[in-house]
Structures are given as C-alpha cells and as structure tokens.
Design a protein around this ligand. Structure first.
Ligand code: UT7
Length: 322
C-alpha cells in the first residue's frame, strides 16, 4: 500500500515590523477605509534586511520540525515555494537546508506565485507516495515588500512578508485516511499578463516590480477556486458538509467570503488571516494553517481544504485529513 503524506508538524515566521494601513497612508495615496473595505486588510508585516526568504523559511521550518518532534536528520528533501528568492541560485531551499544542518536528500525552489505552496505540497505528496522520500519540508516564504511598486497604490497596499512550513512524514498506510487525500494543480499561461513581475535577474537592469490587473484576477479567482474546491471534493466522493475547515489563499476578504458561501460553510469554519498578514503569496496558506493549528481550532482527524490562485495563472487545491 503506498504511503500517505501526514502533516506531522506546522510552523510559521512573521517579520517583527508591523505596518498598519494608517502608516502606509502616510506615504501612499490611500486610506485605511479603502484598504479595509476593498480587501479586509488592516496591517501587514514587512521584512528587515536580514529577514530574507531563506531566513524566514528556516525559522518556519524549525518550528514545523519542532511541532512534529522531528530532527534535521529526518528530512529527506526541502521544497520551497517562492517568487522572491534570496539569490537566483543556489536555491533558497538549499540555504534553508544548510541553516537547518540537513546533510542529505534534495532541495529545490518552486515558482508558482501565490499557488506555490499548493504546488509544492502536490509535488512533495507525489514523491512520498512513490517512495522517493519519507520526510519532506514544504515551505512557502516571500518578501513581496522588495518587489512592490510604491507608485502603484492599486498593488502596494495588498501584500506582506512571511513564511510558513509543514513537515510531511510518510505514513504507513494503516487504513486510516489521515494525511493528504488529494491535490489538484492547474495553470493557464495565456493569462500570464494579468498578474506578473516585470523583470528578473536574467533581464538587464530590471529586477522587476509586481503588476496586477486586479479586477480580472478577482474574476478568475472566484471561478477557478470554486472549480478547484469542487474538484477536490468530487475526487474524494465528499461534499462540502464533510469539510471542517477551509484554509484559503489570503488575497482578499471578499474572495474568501465568496468561497465560504459557495461551500455553504459557516464563517467561523473559514480561517482568515488577511486582515493581519495581507497577501503573503506562497506563504499565505501555510501561515493561515499554522495560526488555526496553533490556536487549537484545527484538530487531528479534521478535514481541511486548502486552495490558492496566483500569477501565471496558477491555481489549485488540496484536501487533508489532519
Ligand atoms: O494573490 C493573487 C491573487 N490576487 C487576487 O486575488 C487579487 C484580486 N483582486 C482584488 O482583490 C481587487 O481587484 C483589488 C483589491 C486589487 C482592487 O479592488 P477593486 O474593487 O477591483 O478596485 P479597482 O482596482 O477597480 O479600483 C477601484 C477604485 C479606482 O478608482 P476609480 O477609477 O474608480 O476612481 C482606483 O483608482 O479604487 C481606486 N484605488 C484606490 N483608492 C485608494 C485603487 N487602489 C487604491 C488604494 N487606495 N490603495
């Protein structure tokens, strides 16, 4: 019987500096009221220079390993989802590997923007199921504050920095349905120009800033995420009634509420962190998951539905029995 990927531990890291909407409004042509009404965001964390994707990913990974009661020697591989790596190479995952003192296995970064954590979870789950690894750290770590265009008030107020991680451990297939039940990932490259970064290290003098056509992304998000959620339920012959928790990508409170309503979930069953973290891209789902895990809302045995969508366009869902 193939192994299942058990979410053995969850961890997170947020930069110390908190920036409120009011503080942003001192330098950006915006208001606290606009940001709250349109997005639900009240504040975000911004990194200090030392709080890079590798630094924050390492801290989140340490917390996930501690939560699992696991050691660096239990780690066979690290998959780190980020659009804001420390360097073009080595992979940020390998900076984390070194910082953790992991001396074996594989590590690589995965670029799938805000859906990066779901994509990384999907890859890690496949590797565990096929027997290639027994312990995998899946990390989302982002410093979007470094790629924001401060002249564009339509985007610079929406994002924050942070990292979240889970440690996946191969289960023995005891017959229980604990672990990742399914993942579904999708991409539509023809929509690449509605949300992108207009540069990279490979481009001359153009490190790049985030560009988004918000309304179009919003429209696709509501449709695609609803499809991905339904796909996850159908694949497992489950209904929305079986879901204990929705842990959605934290981009906009209005999208999150729409997803909760579509599923018919009571609002208190939807984990929301967008007001405190803003959109932390690949870190947003594991940060939210960690918050509800640490504060005791999500418990072992419960069914958790994760979903995210980001620039690419990329989107996906994962269904997990904790
Ligand atoms: O993580 C990846 C996935 N991303 C998403 O899912 C994001 C999806 N999109 C959204 O969440 C929303 O489209 C936004 C929050 C980005 C924007 O909300 P919106 O309701 O679509 O607003 P809008 O862009 O259509 O702008 C409405 C108005 C405009 O003014 P006019 O032209 O109507 O006079 C903007 O200039 O709001 C103005 N505006 C602002 N005003 C104050 C835009 N940004 C701001 C701002 N402060 N920061």
């Amino acid at each position: 019987m193939p192994s299942r990927s058990i979410l053995a531990g969850i961890g997170a890291y947020l930069p110390e500096r908190i920036v409120s909407n009011a503080e942003l409004a001192l330098t950006v042509d915006t208001t606290d009221a606009w940001i709250r009404e349109r997005t639900g965001i009240q504040q975000r964390h911004f990194s200090a220079p030392h709080e890079t994707a590798a630094f924050m990913g390492t801290e989140a990974a340490k917390a996930a390993l501690a939560d699992a009661g696991a050691l660096p020697s239990d780690v066979d591989g690290i998959i780190l989802a980020t659009s804001t790596p420390d360097q073009a190479f080595p992979a940020t995952a390998l900076r984390v590997q070194a910082a953790l003192g992991v001396t074996k296995g594989f590590g690589f970064d995965l670029a799938a923007a805000c859906a990066g954590f779901i994509y990384a979870l999907s890859v890690a789950d496949s590797m565990i199921k096929c027997g290639q690894a027994k312990g995998v750290l899946v990390i989302g770590s982002e410093v979007y504050s470094r790629i924001l265009n401060w002249q564009d008030r339509g985007t610079c107020v929406l994002f924050g920095d942070g990292a979240g991680a889970v440690f996946l451990r191969a289960g023995e297939g005891t017959g229980s349905d604990q672990g990742i039940l399914s993942t579904h990932i999708h991409a539509q490259g023809t929509l690449g120009d509605i949300l992108y970064v207009d540069g990279a290290v490979g481009q001359p003098d153009k490190p790049g800033h985030l560009v988004m056509h918000g309304r179009e992304v919003f429209r696709h998000a509501v449709t695609r995420l609803a499809e991905a959620v339904q796909e996850a339920l159908d694949a497992n012959k489950l209904t929305a009634d079986d879901v204990d928790w929705l842990v959605p990508h934290q981009a906009n409170r209005r999208i999150i509420d729409a997803m909760g309503r579509k599923l018919g979930l009571a609002p208190e069953r939807v984990v929301i962190t967008v007001e405190d973290h803003a959109n932390t891209s690949a870190a947003s789902v594991p940060l939210a998951l960690c918050q509800a895990w640490k504060d005791g809302r999500i418990k072992r045995g419960e069914l958790v539905l994760l979903e995210a969508l980001g620039g690419g366009l990329v989107w996906g869902s994962a269904l997990v029995r904790m």
